[in-house]
Design a protein around this ligand. Sequence first.
Ligand SMILES: *Cc1c(COP(=O)(O)O)cnc(C)c1O
Length: 396
Amino acid sequence: MSSHVLENFLKENLEDLKGKGLYNEIDTLESANGPVIKINGKELINLSSNNYLGLATDKRLIEACNEATKTYGVGAGAVRTINGTLKVHIELEEKLAKFKHTEAAIAYQSGFNCNMAAISAVMDKNDAILSDELNHASIIDGCRLSKAKIIRFNHSDMDDLRAKAKEATESGLYNKVMVITDGVFSMDGDIAKLPEIVKIAEEFDLITYVDDAHGSGVLGKGAGTVKHFGLSDKVDFQIGTLSKAIGVVGGYVAGKQDLIDWLKVRSRPFLFSTSLTPGAAAACIEAIDILSNSTELQEKLWENADYLKQGLKDIGFDIGNSETPITPVIIGDEVKTQKFSKRLNEEGVYAKSIVFPTVPRGTGRVRNMPTAAHTKEMLDQAISTYKKVGKELGII
Ligand SMILES: *Cc1c(COP(=O)(O)O)cnc(C)c1O
């Protein structure tokens, strides 16, 4: 017999969400997540993936994955500390450290897991964390897990950060104080002010932590936001995901050897959850080799992003202040934003609406993620669809 308490809880809350139009119906793809996807038998130009460089479907990665699977099998068989550390994992970590210009790196099962792992391995209830108010959900959860005091600062507001850093360090209440930020903020595409953050960190002796999920493979010739600013030796924790630009799955922390050694003995997702599959690890190695040897894919990504941004701007859309390929089209009203995305979909363009509470009320937007795999023709078609739907809904 199932619990009536649970049944009632689920029924009430699901109905409540559906009544408010907040219940998310998830689309199923009948194809790979490439520049064109198939949903319900219909082909759509895909502007919603994080597959920035098109590597998720790259033949070289598929080949590497298959080869490693033949050699090592489909699963790692154990957590890393028992006997689930395979040669491919070590090779991946060595490549990642080189790629990020750090002494060492440690791989996890996801970017989300990195934040579950790394923050609480170092911070505890006697510490404080200064956290940008727009940080990713996994950073917020990782901070909570650590039990440290969480002090939010206004988004990219360096005066606010400085004032709160001063207050926290001078209060004498905390053993350690950390500042934590996304490298690239995924809803607006703006870049964290890392040079100023590092300066403030030096002034107040803060631990620095940058989650660069949307910057790696995109900025700094692929190495990410920290490298973009030339700060590779000034940031303690560099977090990355292997699921966005790298195109596979997994995450990593890059930093000093001592930090990585500590995470290998103290971070719980490393100790208690089975490691990346050999195929995934090998595909990631291949991706990093590709990025280390050529900037062709990054150049194509930026070229496509600039083209899409210019096209949308020229026809009169508000595309915000993105500094990266992330291209929001800001509509404002929540209902209108959702209608806009639905009409784009009916006209053959898949671009998701993002509304409150993911972004502030009244700033609803359709978010576009151009990739290196899109052709000019696809982008032209998307832009002309935007024009048609924008006119129809009276937005341009
Ligand atoms: C996407 C994202 C993650 C999660 O990465 P996964 O590898 O998909 O788990 C973590 N942090 C930030 C900032 C992200 O944008």
